[in-house]
Structures are given as structure tokens and as C-alpha cells.
Design a protein around this ligand. Sequence first.
Ligand SMILES: [Zn+2]
Length: 74
Amino acid sequence: MSVLTTVKEILRASTQSANRGSVTDETSKGAYWCDDCGERIRDIEVEGEEAPECPSCGDEMRFERSATSTGCAC
Ligand SMILES: [Zn+2]
């Protein structure tokens, strides 16, 4: 096993644990936003994994991960 592989494994593990800690309901990882309209659609309300279109302007919405209550761990 190379050092690079080991680092990737660590990063993946830490990312997964962070996700698990921030999940508070269902499997929501965040929400889709339209910056122009302020529209918001939770990811669990969207079927599939593609970004939905904004119901107001039709632009593709931007996915934003839900912030953890604890904020940055730095
Ligand atoms: Zn919009």
C-alpha cells in the first residue's frame, strides 16, 4: 500500500464521519439553492442526484452542504 493510498483512505474516512455527524434527519446532506431567487430545495426532496431547476427562473440550482452546528473545527 502506498503512502498516497493511505492518505486517501484517511481523508475518505474523515469525510464520512463528518457527514455522519451532520446528518440530523433522513439522509439530507444539504440543499439546492438559487442565488438569484433565494429558492431552496432540500436534497431529499429532489429525485436523483442531478441538480434541479429553480422553480422561479429555471436556472440550475447550486448544491450547498448543510453546515454543522459546531461550525469549523479549526
Ligand atoms: Zn432562480
